[in-house]
Design a protein around this ligand. Structure first.
Ligand SMILES: Nc1ncnc2c1ncn2[C@@H]1O[C@H](COP(=O)(O)OP(=O)(O)OP(=O)(O)O)[C@@H](O)[C@H]1O
Length: 641
């Protein structure tokens, strides 16, 4: 019983209350006006049944009395009234639909704002990287993109229900007033029984959504692999095409099977008894009316009203295409968004701070050290801590290189430094002050970062760079200087619209850059942030896609440009790392070794082992004559000397 009540509340009452509140916020008086208009449109349906029945009822007398007689004029008057009602209905129905569309767009607009707000405003990226909350975010976003299943459709659909139910109310009142209140109650019951059946079917589909969505995700993924450009190369080279088609087919079938099963069950069991019950009641009511008509208890007009209103009312026990899909599915996105918002709220140890860019930059503190003090961190997905009691001090003005095997936690450390996550235990202290106590935007303005998986924005080249310090306005001359420093000058010169060229070939005049060129662009972005006042430069595998000469040039330039900046360099290329002032080896979530290149080689520990291993690979390559460009940048070259 408790469950039943809870479900009723959760599925039917709560969403509607919520929706009404949204309608008020999003549409001011528009929703109320549309509801009023819909009430009139619905009542006109009842009016037409009455007026047209009067026409039918007056025909025999008019025919007997002939053209021009008072009876004839009475028939003409009834006909004109019926036509007027019909005309009013014809004019007001599209108007109501247009207002419904307006309501839909306003409500959807509100939800788009909320979706972006919820997604972008969290301090941490935990909700975007956690499978469960990400699924909710996706569900909310997908819901907004689906043509007839958006929150706006739920709102417009709710308003459209006013037409249907006011019409039903009018028919029931007419039957009650003209025939009998028992007949009215019986017809009202039949209509609602059929209606509830249709709603149950739709509701069943909604309950299947959580079951079907994960299965659909799989089939969507295979579809994406098959038709998208990302996997085009590998699917052909590895001969995966038939395999993908087969996996798509089987996962799509697995996703749709629960729906077929439920559809059979619901359609057979729910509609069979409802249809039989309705048929019996309607036949009984109509038979009684006909008998009363034959006995003279009902006039022809009353009989016509009764029969017409009965048929019209029962026809309302159907699926409402303009309402039911929207009202049933449109709120899935709303609920998913609410769940995502609570997950964001739960993941936020510190409420997000929204600061103006300029003030954030001016309020930036200077410092002499950043200390990771006993920092422990685990991702929400569980498992052993990625960082486990880490103690590490980054000294201002020094370049610290961070090395370690794959998965040793280097990128995670950067995420904590940028406050994309908060430590599970311990703190990151800047001159003794916990960075968690600083306004997050102020702190982030201190950091210029090239992430390992930096973003390739499908925007102009200048936008791609300017994002490094979006609050500042840079003129094209300054941006051009940055591109030159990042080794992009020749590339920019060759672009059709220079700095304004859009970096995606699917746009008119757009171009596609190579992986290495994109990486230079990400470096340019970070350099801009540094120019704008960031005191910490983080480079997570900044040269992974650069050729060896470009890498060498980058580090020559880099050393010059970052002199006096606090730099954290993550790289698997020991040729890059060895130039750092200090090298830290991370292992098991802690600092394993810490020193200069020379001191770590002398120590002959993990760093020395990895360095020599990489050096021997380069030596083998060079001795095999495969690469004459390794030159002075490779540790192998260093070792050979
Ligand atoms: N969003 C996440 N959710 C759950 N676990 C994660 C997440 N990101 C990383 N991990 C896990 O944390 C561990 C450390 O990952 P991290 O990316 O920090 O390593 P890394 O040292 O930078 O590795 P690489 O050298 O391969 O770049 C890995 O075991 C990884 O699977």
């Amino acid at each position: 019983m408790g469950n039943w009540r809870e479900r009723l509340w959760q599925e039917r009452v709560e969403p509607r209350i919520f929706l009404l509140a949204q309608l008020r916020i999003a549409t001011d008086g528009l929703a109320l006006g549309t509801a009023g208009l819909n009430l009139v449109v619905g009542a006109l349906g009842g009016g037409f049944v009455l007026a047209s029945s009067f026409v039918v009822g007056r025909i025999p007398a008019a025919m007997d009395a002939g053209v021009g007689s008072p009876q004839w004029r009475s028939l003409v008057t009834a006909f004109l009234v019926a036509s007027g009602v019909l005309l009013a209905q014809q004019i007001l129905t599209p108007l109501s639909a247009a207002l419904g569309q307006l309501v839909k767009h306003r409500v959807d607009g509100l939800f788009y704002d909320r979706l972006l707000e919820a997604s972008l405003r969290s301090t941490s990226v935990a909700p975007q990287e956690d499978d469960e909350s990400l699924a909710n975010l996706r569900l909310a976003a997908e819901g907004l993109e689906k043509g007839s299943r958006t929150p706006g459709d739920a709102a417009a659909g709710t308003l459209a229900l006013v037409i249907r139910y006011s019409r039903l109310g009018a028919f029931v009142l007419i039957i009650g007033a003209v025939i009998s209140w028992w007949a009215a109650a019986a017809i009202g019951l039949v209509t609602m029984t059929l209606r509830v059946g249709h709603r149950d079917v739709v509701r069943t589909y909604t309950r299947l959504v959580p079951v079907m969505n994960p299965l659909r995700r799989e089939s969507d993924y295979f579809l994406g692999l098959g038709v998208g450009p990302v996997a085009a190369k590998e699917t052909r080279v590895f001969g995966l095409t038939s395999w993908i088609i087969e996996r798509y087919r089987s996962s799509a079938l697995a996703a749709i099977r629960p729906l077929w099963r439920e559809r059979r069950r619901v359609n057979v069991t729910a509609f069979l008894w409802r249809s039989v019950f309705s048929l019996i009641v309607v036949c009984l009511v109509v038979a009684l009316m006909l008998r009363a008509g034959a006995a003279g208890t009902l006039t022809l007009t009353e009989l016509t009203i009764g029969v017409q209103a009965t048929i019209a009312a029962v026809l309302l026990g159907e699926f409402y295409h303009e309402s039911d899909t929207g009202t049933q599915f449109g709120l899935i996105a709303v609920r998913a968004l609410e769940r995502f918002r609570s997950q964001v709220a739960a993941s936020e140890a510190v409420p997000p701070t929204v600061a103006g860019g300029a003030s954030a930059a001016t309020a930036a503190p200077s410092f002499s050290e950043i200390r990771f003090s006993d920092v422990t961190f685990s991702y929400a997905s569980g498992g052993r801590p990625v960082l486990d009691g880490l103690d590490l001090t980054l000294r201002a003005g020094e370049c610290t290189a961070l090395v370690g095997l794959n998965g040793s936690g280097k990128t995670t450390l950067v995420k904590l430094l940028a406050r994309l996550y908060e430590p599970t235990r311990g703190a990151i202290l800047v001159d003794g002050r916990d960075i968690a106590t600083l306004p997050v935007d102020v702190w982030r303005r201190q950091i210029g970062v090239v992430f390992q998986d930096f973003i390739r924005y499908e925007l102009s080249l200048s936008d791609n760079i300017a994002f490094g310090a979006i609050e500042h306005r840079y003129d094209p001359g300054q941006l051009a200087a940055i591109t030159a420093r990042a080794g992009l000058a020749d590339i920019v010169a060759g672009l059709p619209s220079g700095l304004d060229t859009v970096l995606a070939s699917r746009y008119d005049g757009g171009v596609e850059l190579s992986g290495g060129q994109w990486q230079r662009l990400a470096i340019a972005r970070a350099l801009l942030a540094v120019d704008a006042g960031a005191r910490i430069l983080v480079l997570d595998e900044p040269t992974a896609a650069l050729d060896v000469r470009a890498e060498a040039a980058f580090f020559d330039e880099f050393a010059e440009r970052t002199r006096g900046r606090t730099t954290l360099l993550i790289s698997h290329r020991f040729s890059s790392v060895r130039h750092a002032d200090r090298i830290v080896v991370l292992s098991g979530g802690r600092v394993l070794e810490d020193g200069t290149h020379e001191s770590l080689l002398a120590r002959d520990g993990r760093y020395a082992e990895l360095y020599r291993l990489q050096a021997s690979l380069f030596t083998a390559d060079v001795e095999g004559g495969e690469d004459d460009a390794v030159g002075s940048t490779s540790p192998g070259a260093e070792v050979r000397r």
